[in-house]
Ligand binder design. Structure first.
Ligand code: NAD
Length: 300
């Protein structure tokens, strides 16, 4: 793979700064376009914070170029990652500008969480160079990037991006079909749908449900994927279990009414101190601390 001349990141919020850190730490020139002055001015400090977290030289962050001029950000870019707000019409408008302003060979990626990439690229003439790269927060620590191929994306574009992401230390996964939510978020939210439905039906309370996950299959998920697990226990046993349980699983086609009610009541979770459970400031801090410690792994 040829060295990228320049990487542009469009949107310097939480994810944009995190993605910038990964590329700058790997020695690639990075320019971040961010329209909001406050976010733009804090990009380098947030990149430096990630570098400190990784025990890397935080001075590397000084090399990140920030700008409020989209044309300047992408004019020399070989690879553009869009990490703007999760709104389809906004992403469509950003991509239309990227096609007009970036070099005709640049590969254009969206970091959308769940929007199918072909909807963002609809009507654009350069579909073979457009794909999804779905990073996970925080990009500094989470290995997976889902590389989402649409019906138009060329195999060459996919290969180039997979190689680039591997070279910067990530674990890219090629997602061959552009379905909403891609793979990992679909799986995650299939689990959340069933979890919310069980609490709504009074099977158990939210704390008990979380404990059931954390003290059982949650412990082994990092080393045993669901299909490895099925192979391990045997597909015959899996089939017997599915004959009983699959007809019983929640199949609502929209969000659970319990979730809608909580949101309408302003019960948003940590943001308001009440969600599926009530959280004291101390409990929220403790949970955040446990999560940070788990992400960083045990001390060496
Ligand atoms: N937060 C997560 O955990 C996470 C994980 C994976 C993917 N994502 C996706 O990444 C994208 C960014 O999410 P985030 O959490 O960084 O959001 P964010 O709100 O922190 O950042 C978005 C940034 O885009 C900027 N922006 C606004 N209008 C813009 C425009 N026209 N062009 C470019 N930038 C613009 C905003 O000023 C803001 O700084 C979303 O699509 C989100 O769904 C988020």
């Amino acid at each position: 793979m040829a060295e990228p001349r320049s990487i542009a990141i469009v949107g310097g919020g939480l994810m944009g700064a995190g993605i910038a850190q990964v590329f700058i730490a790997a020695g690639h020139p990075v320019t971040v376009f961010e329209p909001a002055a406050q976010a733009r001015h804090s990009v380098r400090e947030r990149v430096a914070a990630d570098l400190r977290l990784l025990n890397r030289d935080e001075a590397l962050a000084d090399a990140v170029v920030t700008t409020s001029d989209l044309a300047q950000a992408v004019a020399q870019a070989d690879f553009v990652t869009e990490a703007g707000p999760e709104k389809l019409d906004l992403k469509q408008s950003i991509f239309a500008q990227l096609v007009a302003l970036s070099p005709p060979t640049a590969i254009l990626a969206s970091n959308t969480s769940v929007i199918p990439i072909h909807r963002i690229a609809a009507g654009l003439p350069t579909g073979e160079r457009i794909l999804g790269t779905h990073w996970w927060n925080p990009p500094a620590l989470i290995p997976l990037v889902e590389v989402v191929q649409t019906a138009q994306t060329s195999a060459q574009s996919v290969r180039w991006v997979m190689e680039l992401l591997t070279s910067v230390g990530k674990s890219p996964a090629h997602i061959a079909k552009d379905v909403p939510g891609f793979v990992a978020n679909r799986l995650q939210h299939a689990l959340w749908r069933e979890a919310i439905a069980m609490v709504a039906e009074g099977v158990c309370d939210a704390a008990t449900l979380d404990a059931c996950v954390k003290n059982s299959f949650g412990l082994r998920l990092a080393v045993l994927g669901p299909l490895e697990n099925a192979d391990l226990v045997g597909l015959d046993l899996t089939l017997d279990i599915h004959r009983t349980i699959i007809p019983e699983l929640n199949r609502d086609s929209g969000p659970n009414p319990l979730l809608e009610e909580r949101v309408a009541a302003g019960e948003l979770g940590f943001k308001s101190g009440v969600g599926f459970r009530t959280w004291s400031p101390q409990e929220m801090d403790d949970l955040r601390r446990r999560l940070r410690a788990q992400r960083q792994g045990p001390p060496e």
